[in-house]
Design a protein around this ligand. Structure first.
Ligand SMILES: Nc1ncnc2c1ncn2[C@@H]1O[C@H](COP(=O)(O)OP(=O)(O)O)[C@@H](O)[C@H]1O
Ligand SMILES: [Mg+2]
Length: 357
């Protein structure tokens, strides 16, 4: 699996936009792609239509479980976005993690390890980094084989880029990890000579490692984010979408094809143990999945996502066994309408039944 981190200390230079649209472009080119939101501000998560007020599990739960050696699987927080496109969402709690791991050296490889244990055969993981160079970004750089540095050409600034490059250098010296780093011009106004001049400046800092495809300024980009969808979904003919597809193709040409190798130490979860539960309702405010696998408890961990208008989803990792379960829709317990296996329970009601082999 190739891991692409999108990082720049400067806010507003197009990291999140690029993470969403590169991941969506990879998926639309048929590559199985996971977008990992490592920014506590969770803009990528919201940018894909997840509502901010929902209590939910996130990459935070996986990274903290990791530290306690509980080895929680990333699979348990991943939500499907589209065909070939999944999201490991962020949460504001992620901002507290820096404190928790302050004095633990090994913690810089946490994300790397979590991604290494993924059993689902993703070909690409794209990581959206926060606008800072702390623990979260270091984890992302450690996990990445490719780092993209978006540089906004409108208000051109290479401030902070030097620090990012030093961090990459530190990785090389301390951990013998050498990701490829590319500058990526964003928000380019092609009408100005200024932009052309700036590309020369970036070349001075990054040498040959500047992507030749640039992302132009475009209104459709702002609009698609407001609508909670990637451009390939919202406006596939737009200039922004075309730019991101061309850039993604350039990246693909630069990387060797992604090989999904079964590593010997890898703990594999057979994909038939990852069960996607779904419930369709347009009127519900909240939907929970409760059953033998979670002690029938409605909690943030058992809450479903509204992945699109009226469609609620949750992916659960289940050990082999027989499970009874139900959904709770705004306080009302109901069986799974998409599952024909229903059984009487001791309380006179009905439960849905599921068997994992
Ligand atoms: N190519 C572009 N053209 C126009 N607006 C853009 C473009 N790329 C990003 N934006 C807008 O700029 C703002 C900052 O972009 P964002 O990707 O969130 O930056 P970052 O993640 O680095 O903080 C957002 O409102 C986004 O919609
Ligand atoms: Mg961002």
């Amino acid at each position: 699996m190739h891991v692409i981190a999108i990082s720049n200390q400067k806010g507003g230079c197009g990291k999140t936009t690029s993470a969403i649209n590169i991941a969506a472009s990879l998926a639309s080119l048929g590559k199985r792609t996971l977008l990992v939101d490592m920014d506590p501000q969770a803009h990528a998560t919201y940018g894909l239509g997840v509502r901010g007020d929902e209590p939910r599990v996130s990459i935070y739960n996986v990274l903290t479980a990791q530290s306690e050696k509980k080895h929680k699987f990333l699979e348990s927080v991943i939500m499907p976005v589209d065909e070939n496109f999944d999201l490991a969402p962020s949460h504001v709690l992620l901002s507290t993690i820096e404190q928790e791991f302050l004095h633990k050296d090994e913690s810089v490889s946490q994300l790397h390890e979590v991604l290494g244990r993924l059993s689902f055969p993703y070909e690409y993981a794209v990581i959206d980094c926060p606008p800072s160079l702390g623990f979260l970004t270091f984890n992302a750089l450690r996990a990445a084989d490719t780092v993209l540095v978006p540089i906004e050409l409108g208000t051109f600034s290479l401030i902070g880029v030097g620090k990012l490059l030093s961090m990459v250098e530190l990785l090389r010296v301390k951990m013998r990890h050498t990701p490829k780093v590319y500058a990526m011009p964003t928000m380019v106004d092609t009408r100005t000579r200024f932009a052309r001049h700036m590309i020369e400046e970036i070349r001075a800092a990054f040498g040959e490692n500047v992507l030749s495809s640039a992302i132009r300024q475009s209104v459709s980009i702002r609009e698609s984010q407001a609508r909670g969808a990637a451009l390939v979904k919202y406006d596939p003919k737009s200039r922004g979408c075309v730019d991101y597809l061309i850039l993604t193709q350039e990246l693909l040409n630069k990387m060797p094809p992604a090989v999904v190798l079964p590593e010997p130490e890898r703990i594999t979860i057979p994909s038939d143990r990852l069960k996607d539960f779904m419930f369709k309702t347009r009127t519900a405010q909240e939907v929970y999945l409760v059953g033998d696998f979670n002690n029938w408890r409605a909690s943030p961990e058992s809450r479903l996502w509204q992945t699109e208008e009226g469609l609620w989803q949750k992916r659960v990792f289940l050990e082999p066994g027989r499970y009874r379960y139900k959904f709770i829709i705004d306080g009302q317990w109901v069986v799974d309408p998409s599952n024909e296996r229903i059984e009487q329970n001791p309380y006179g009601g009905l439960d849905s039944v599921l068997e994992i082999h």
